[in-house]
Design a protein around this ligand. Structure first.
Ligand SMILES: *[C@@H]1O[C@H](CO)[C@@H](O)[C@H](O)[C@H]1NC(C)=O
Ligand SMILES: *[C@@H]1O[C@H](CO)[C@@H](O)[C@H](O)[C@H]1NC(C)=O
Length: 327
């Protein structure tokens, strides 16, 4: 056989096989919602959503609050003093022991602005399932900048730290202000990296690698703000015990669940270019793109498109050749 024909043989059947497979999978798609009619199984799972500020996390958290009675799970906000994402060692131990042993709160969904904690090092049994959402680092910072000055439509009355400061993000960057300095971009990496000193060292490559490692090994699912609906849809398929009905709720209440920072002006090209020159941006952005690619991979294997709509795939494995035979 010539090399030419083996290439032909290798290519053609493969792409047609792929097409057949895609069609086959579309036939088998279904929405999880139609499955298992009621009957809540006992479940002691714990989810921790260690939300990064200004990643649209409130929209998603509100869905958990809307679903918790119906789906019978508990939602708890972890309120840390002054929103400090790093806990003292004694608090880490208290928190980990409390979460793992508090039976009345299981199944439970904990959310808060806390850096990742590795439950396996505190001598307790069982680990929670971590989930999170990341956002384009510059967009996140711009959103946070205006949030501190103008608040949002979620708690409009609340006085914000920098209220009264009328300076735009662009003006801040061009005058070298501290609220828009590249160091302020350093947040998603430390949240995923955790409670090690090096995690908080802005621009650290070690922290980036640790954050990537945790993202793929310790997080069940990490979505992106830009594609929140797909994140919620996959989460519902993966954990229906908690999130049954979440996609529908998100779609129907898109407006009411969206929290908008008021008075937000998009940054100019010059502002963006200036921030992108910093090493801190480069490393934070590398993490964001890593997370995005991972999410898109997960999604590509979890859903199919049909008539412009996404559907989660039905179970596509089964057991056979089970021995010894039951008599
Ligand atoms: C956390 O608790 C403090 C003190 O009770 C309170 O002032 C603050 O509003 C709480 N934070 C949030 C985000 O609810
Ligand atoms: C966990 O902490 C809460 C609040 O401090 C407390 O009420 C609860 O009893 C604790 N649970 C366990 C099992 O320690």
């Amino acid at each position: 056989m010539s090399t030419g024909s083996s290439v032909m043989l290798g290519l053609l059947p493969l792409s047609s096989a792929e097409r057949t497979m895609a069609r086959h999978e579309v036939v088998e798609v279904e929405l999880r919602r139609s499955e298992d009619g009621g009957g809540w199984e006992a479940d002691d799972s714990v989810i921790i959503y260690n939300r990064v500020p200004k990643t649209a996390s409130t929209s998603f958290t509100n869905i958990a609050y809307d679903l918790c009675s119906r789906n019978r799970f508990h939602v708890l906000h972890i309120n840390t003093t002054k929103n400090n994402p790093v806990m003292s060692l004694q608090d880490q131990v208290r928190f980990v022991r409390n979460v793992t042993t508090w039976r009345e709160m299981k199944p439970g969904f904990y959310h808060g602005h806390v850096a990742y904690l590795d439950f396996s090092k505190y001598g307790v049994k069982g680990k929670p399932m971590y989930i999170n959402v990341v956002r384009d680092p510059i967009e996140r910072l711009v959103s946070y900048y205006y949030f501190l000055r103008f608040g949002d439509d979620y708690r409009p009355g609340l006085r914000r730290r920098k209220q009264g400061d009328k300076k735009t993000f662009d003006e801040c960057v061009s005058s070298g202000g501290s609220d828009c300095a590249p160091e302020k971009l350093w947040l998603q990496i430390p949240f995923f990296c955790g409670h090690h000193s090096e995690c908080w060292n802005a621009g650290s490559r070690w922290a980036l690698e640790q954050a990537k490692y945790n993202l793929v090994n310790e997080y069940l699912l990490v979505g992106v703000t830009e594609e929140l609906e797909d994140f919620i849809m996959i989460l519902e398929a993966v954990l229906p015990r908690f999130f049954k009905g979440a996609t529908e709720l998100y779609r129907s209440g898109k407006k009411s669940h969206l929290r908008k920072t008021t008075e937000k002006k998009p940054p100019t090209k010059e502002t963006i270019a200036k921030l992108q020159q910093s090493d801190i941006w480069k490393i934070e952005n590398e993490f964001y793109e890593f997370a995005l690619e991972h999410f898109q991979f997960v999604r590509a294997h979890a859903v199919r498109e049909k008539d412009g709509e996404l559907y989660v795939l039905a179970q596509s494995f089964f057991y056979e050749k089970i021995y010894p035979k039951l008599s």
